[in-house]
Design a protein around this ligand. Structure first.
Ligand code: KMH
Ligand code: ZN
Length: 281
């Protein structure tokens, strides 16, 4: 990736962990998710990453609910690229994985099991390989979430096994308790370990979100923001998805980096042909 490439901005609008008690604006109902996605898309997010919640706000893999989210987002923000999470702590791995049968354009793929704050984030090696193989078969682009150095080796092992196709789309997630810390040294070292031609974005969790994301943009990477990554715009001030997206767009502009349109993002991430996007067979 080059500094001259347009920056693909993803907004991760809700995540699987925060609740409305943590942030009253956290979108969980399909209409809320759609409104927030449209606002973030309008500010410049080409990609919307979402976790699906039930009526009580708890993570769910209910197919009807997943479809309702995607139909609502397509309606409110036509053109934006949708990325469905197969992550999360609560549903079983098999249930999380089954969501790709609904044919999102992209979905997360987490190569490794790890401690995630006080939780266990389970991605068992055999089941994870079954999911990778199925995504390849269905033409669902994996967004590979890399939380630590060894996850890069594991990802390359999957390439060797023929389960992942290059160019890879890697998310370097820094700042999770249980993964690599959000430091400039870790970001630079991990970028240098990626294979030539890989696309990467920085995901910086919590306190150092702004600084590390800015650094990723300055390095020519893509960038993610949104309430999944940080609930705050700055110390003591709650953020929202549109405001967080607008801030990243401002940083790109200040550095004279173009912000990618969805079409530019789809081309640079080498997304498979749009054959059967979710809710749009
Ligand atoms: N928030 C975490 C449990 C993903 O979207 O695939 C990580 C996660 C990643 O769920
Ligand atoms: Zn996620």
């Amino acid at each position: 990736m080059a500094f001259t490439d347009p920056c693909v901005i993803t907004c991760a609008i809700n995540g699987p962990i925060a609740t409305k008690k943590d942030h009253p604006g956290l979108p969980t109902e399909p209409e809320e998710v759609a409104a927030v996605a449209a606002a973030a898309h309008k500010e410049g997010a080409a990609v919307i990453h979402t976790h699906v919640r039930d009526k009580e706000g708890k993570p769910t893999v209910d197919k009807g609910r997943v479809k309702a989210y995607f139909e609502a987002i397509h309606e409110a923000a036509p053109g934006c690229l949708l990325q469905l999470s197969t992550g999360g702590i609560e549903p079983t791995y098999a249930d999380r994985a089954a969501q790709v049968e609904l044919l999102p354009r992209m979905a997360s793929l987490n190569p490794a099991t790890m401690t995630f704050g006080m939780a266990e984030f389970r991605n068992p090696p055999k089941e994870m390989r079954v999911l990778a193989a199925r995504m390849k078969e269905l033409g669902v682009k994996p967004e590979l979430e890399i939380y630590d150095y060894g996850h890069i080796d594991l990802m390359m092992q999957l390439v060797k096994e023929g389960l992942l196709e290059e160019p890879l789309s890697c998310s370097l997630v820094l700042g999770v308790m249980g993964g690599a810390a959000a430091t400039p040294a870790n970001l630079v070292a991990m970028v240098n370990l990626l294979p030539p031609g890989a696309n990467w974005q920085i995901i910086a969790i919590g306190r150092f979100n702004l600084q590390l994301t800015t650094m990723g943009i300055a390095m020519g990477g893509n960038a993610r923001t949104g309430l999944e990554d940080t609930l705050l715009l700055r110390k003591g001030v709650l953020g929202d998805n549109a405001a967080l997206t607008k801030r990243l767009v401002g940083i790109c502009k200040a550095m004279e980096r173009e912000v990618a349109t969805p079409a530019q993002a789809a081309a640079s991430l080498k997304l498979p042909e749009l054959r059967r996007d979710l809710a749009r067979p």
